[in-house]
Write a protein that binds this ligand. Structure first.
Ligand SMILES: Cc1ncc(COP(=O)(O)O)c(C=O)c1O
Length: 460
């Protein structure tokens, strides 16, 4: 069993040598952050970009790396919040986009690339009988839930605690509602523990549930993991109760396999939401799924007397030609699965190397994850839980997701940045198919130094 070090005192964030050294190295970013403070709430443009003492300001990026305004270079594991499985500025994507920009960025009309893009989705994603494009993952889950309600005529939807589906009113709160959200909506958005028995009880206890939506590999790309058996039982259970099953594959789509988690596990949902990789680093999303459900978006009535669709849907940037060009180039690059396999292998090397470093120090922390992700489990309870315990469900979802104190996450992220690596706030990362052995080496060397500094601050 691993031993953990119980520190006498932990250095507070305000006095952290890690944060001080990071601030020293990122003075240009600090200046921009000070300006941003008077423009944006908290100085940032996305919740996940908030970092103390300030975020890095990126000047340019290429492949698996990015550079900040101070000239510091980073191995990037944020990967455009998961959009960049091909890394930054992948040549075929750059060419496609550049060519498209010269031909016009918005036609306000249908165009050939959107057809090609939609056909690629149909070809790659098993559940995609029909496709509707939107601009963001949030819009996609919003639309999927609305379609499910319209199709079934039932008001309530179920999602799993910890699973993220964007920020619209039906999903933007842990449970029970949040500031600014109508009570009626919150009451119909049921949050269930990711536990099949609890879900079975919920589905059996009421007949007004239109849909169950989930991240198919578990909350935050498997930070609190689920497996194929869970998905297979869920498929049977939702079918039995006439609830629409929605896989939110905004992250897992085109990452876990060319056809997403549904292809990998062989479980076909009724609807799928896609974004991020779908549009190759540009804004774009889709709802794909059963033709009889997406038909609700069709104009109704006969040719002589057309009526508006049951579920009307507009959107200025739906299937924007530039996003379509990037999306087609990206999906074409991913179709044969080779780049996805490479990303998976690189992520496995990172997980193994980090776990070896933890073991050398006798630390009970673990690095885990599947496919092209890695997650750091900060085991402060020192109970010796291993990666196998995480996958056997012996570590609670609440400990895996949300168990790491915010102040420690800031230290971990700043420590990595200080040593040339940008990780996410899970804490962890998303690996691309263009990260190399040199990137892995640099990451593991950085991890050693971060652990050393955390130890000096009494955090291990
Ligand atoms: C699983 C999942 N669903 C939906 C969303 C929302 O997507 P977007 O940020 O494009 O609105 C995200 C974003 O991170 C996500 O991870």
């Amino acid at each position: 069993m691993a031993t953990t070090h119980v520190p006498a005192t932990r250095t507070p964030l305000s006095e952290s040598p890690i944060l001080k050294a990071y601030a020293e190295k990122t003075r240009g970013s600090a200046r921009l952050a000070a300006r941003a403070q008077t423009v944006f709430p908290d100085g940032v443009t996305h919740f996940a970009r908030f970092l103390q003492p300030h975020a890095i300001y990126v000047a340019h990026a290429s492949g698996p790396r990015k550079w900040d305004v101070d000239g510091n270079e980073y191995v990037d594991y944020v990967g455009g919040h998961g959009a960049l499985i091909l890394g930054h500025s992948y040549p075929s994507v750059v060419n496609a986009v550049t060519e498209q920009i010269g031909r016009g960025t918005h036609y306000g009309a249908s165009h050939a690339l959107e057809v090609q893009w939609g056909e690629l989705i149909q070809e790659m994603v098993p559940s995609a009988e029909r496709v509707r494009f939107l601009s963001s993952g949030t819009e996609a889950t919003h639309m999927a839930l609305r379609l499910a309600r319209a199709y079934t005529g039932k008001p309530a939807v179920v999602r799993f605690s910890g699973h993220f589906h964007g920020w619209h009113d039906h999903v933007a709160f842990p449970s029970g509602g949040a500031a600014g959200i109508l009570t009626g909506i919150a009451e119909q958005s049921l949050v269930c523990a990711p536990d099949l028995e609890k879900l079975a009880q919920l589905l059996a206890s009421r007949d007004d549930i239109a849909a169950v939506i989930l991240e198919p590999t578990g909350a935050t790309f498997g930070q609190a993991p689920l497996n194929g058996d869970f998905l297979r039982h869920l498929r049977e259970m939702t079918a039995k109760h006439n609830a629409i099953l929605i896989f939110d594959e905004v992250v897992t789509g085109f990452r876990v396999a060319p056809g997403g988690a549904q292809q990998h596990y062989g479980v076909k949902p009724d609807m799928t939401t896609l974004a991020k990789i779908l549009a190759g680093g540009y804004p774009g999303a889709a709802v794909a799924g059963r033709a009889d459900i997406l038909e609700l978006l069709n104009f109704r009535g006969d040719q002589d007397k057309p009526q508006p669709p049951a579920v009307p849907h507009q959107g200025t940037f739906n299937a924007s030609p530039v996003s379509a060009a990037a999306g087609v180039a990206t999906l074409n690059a991913l179709r044969d699965g080779a780049i996805i396999d490479r990303a998976n292998r690189t992520a496995a090397a990172i997980r193994d190397g980090m776990n070896a470093a933890l073991q050398r120090r006798g630390l009970g922390w673990r690095v885990y994850g599947e496919f092209s992700g890695f997650h750091l489990f900060v085991n402060r309870e020192g109970d010796g839980a291993g990666v196998e315990d995480i996958y056997a469900g012996r570590v609670s979802a609440a400990r895996l997701k949300g168990g790491t104190p915010m102040e420690l996450i800031h230290k971990i992220r700043c420590g990595f940045l200080l040593h040339g690596v940008d990780v996410t706030g899970f804490p962890g990362g998303l690996v691309s198919g263009v990260h190399t052995g040199a990137d892995v080496d640099r990451t593991l060397a950085a991890f050693e130094r971060v652990l050393g500094m955390l130890g000096e601050e009494g955090e291990l």
